[in-house]
Design a binder for this molecule. Structure first.
Ligand SMILES: [Mn+2]
Length: 318
C-alpha cells in the first residue's frame, strides 16, 4: 500500500493535498507533514495544500503560510485527501479532487467511504498522523515533520488519553520527541491554552447546561446571540463538549451551536461504550464511537429532541 502511494507521487507532477472542512490538529498536522515530506523527498514536484481555514494556534507549523485558504480552481495530477472519511467533507477541495487524474485517500476513520483510486485507512490507528508516520521513511522525518505529526497524534488522542492510544502510538510519540520537538510548547499552545473569550464561552455553556436522562447526559448549547455577546466565533467553541463530559457521572455530552439561521452543529462525546458515530450517521454526520458530530437543519428543537431519543436508546444498550 505504501508503495502504491509513493508510486502515485513519483508519477505525478502537480500534487494537491487537503483534508476536511473545519480542520483540526490531526487534519492540519497530517496535510502539512505530507506537504513537507513530498517537498523534501520529491523536490521536482509542485505541491500545494489547501485548508478551508487555518486556526491561529497552528501558525508555528513550518510552511503553513504557504497553504492556500482561498480556493482557486487548480488542476492537480494527483490529489491526496487526508483525515477525511467522505468526499463531501473535503468542502471546496472536492472540486480539486474530482478534477485530479489520480486520487489517494489516507485516513483513520472507521466510516471512511474508500472514495479514491488508492485508499489507505487504518481504523486501529489513533490518528491520520500515526498512519502517515508508518508510511514515511523514518530517517526523513525531521524536526518540522515531527512537529506536524506530534500535533495530530496528541490532538486526536486528547493528549494520549483516549482509548485509541496504543503502545504503538506512544512509541511513535517517543520517536517524534527524539527529533527534538518542543512538545510542551506544542501541547500548551495548541491544546491547553484558551483565549479569555473561549473561557467565557465555556463558563456560559457550563452555566446553561442541563443534566438529562437520569443525569447520564449533559447537554448545552451556544446560540448566535451568546456568541455575539462575548465576541466569539465558532473557533472559540473548541473543547467545550470535552470539558462538559469531564463531569462525574456523565456518560455522554451533547453540545449544540448555531451555524446559521436554521442550521446547528451537534457534537457528541461519550465516556463509556455508547456509540456516538451511530447517532451522528443518522443525521448525515460521522466520526468515532466516542466522538462524533452532525448538523441539524430546520427546526432545531424537534431535531434535537429526536437526536436525544436516539441517544437514550443508545444508552439503554450499554
Ligand atoms: Mn483525525
Amino acid at each position: 500500500m505504501c508503495d502504491a502511494i509513493w508510486k502515485c507521487v513519483r508519477n505525478s507532477r502537480i500534487i494537491g493535498i487537503s483534508g476536511h472542512i473545519r480542520p483540526d490538529g490531526d487534519c492540519i498536522g497530517a496535510a502539512m507533514s505530507m506537504y513537507l515530506y513530498i517537498k523534501k523527498m520529491y523536490s521536482d514536484k509542485h505541491v500545494y495544500v489547501y485548508f478551508e481555514s487555518i486556526p491561529e494556534r497552528f501558525r508555528y507549523i513550518k510552511g503553513i503560510d504557504e497553504a492556500v485558504t482561498n480556493y482557486e480552481d487548480k488542476n492537480a495530477d494527483l490529489f491526496i485527501s487526508v483525515d477525511c472519511s467522505d468526499p463531501e467533507r473535503l468542502g471546496e477541495a472536492r472540486r480539486m479532487f474530482e478534477k485530479a487524474d489520480f486520487t489517494v485517500n489516507i485516513d483513520h476513520h472507521i466510516s471512511n467511504l474508500s472514495f479514491a483510486d488508492v485508499n489507505h485507512f487504518a481504523a486501529d490507528s489513533s490518528s491520520t498522523c500515526e498512519v502517515l508516520y508508518e508510511l514515511y521513511d523514518k530517517n526523513a522525518v525531521d524536526y518540522d515533520i515531527a512537529a506536524c505529526l506530534y500535533t495530530g497524534i496528541s490532538h486526536d488522542t486528547g493528549v494520549f488519553k483516549y482509548s485509541n492510544t496504543s503502545k504503538r502510538t506512544m512509541q511513535i510519540a517517543g520517536e517524534l520527541i527524539e527529533k527534538g520537538i518542543d512538545f510542551t510548547e506544542i501541547l500548551e499552545k495548541t491544546f491547553f491554552e484558551k483565549t479569555y473569550v473561549q473561557n467565557l464561552m465555556l463558563g456560559r455553556c457550563l452555566l446553561e447546561s442541563k443534566r438529562i436522562l437520569n443525569d447520564r447526559v449533559i447537554v448545552t448549547a451556544a446560540t448566535q446571540e451568546m456568541m455575539d455577546e462575548y465576541g466569539a466565533d465558532k473557533d472559540d467553541l473548541d473543547g467545550i463538549v470535552n470539558a462538559i463530559l469531564q463531569t462525574k457521572g456523565a456518560e455522554a455530552a451533547v453540545f449544540v451551536y448555531q451555524l446559521g439561521d436554521d442550521e446547528y452543529k451537534v457534537s457528541l462525546r461519550a465516556s463509556g461504550s455508547a456509540d456516538m458515530s451511530r447517532i451522528a450517521l443518522l443525521y448525515g454526520g460521522g466520526g468515532h464511537v466516542k466522538a462524533a458530530g452532525c448538523t441539524i437543519k430546520g427546526n432545531a428543537k424537534a431535531g434535537l429532541e429526536s437526536l436525544l431519543r436516539e441517544l437514550e436508546s443508545e444508552l439503554e444498550k450499554v
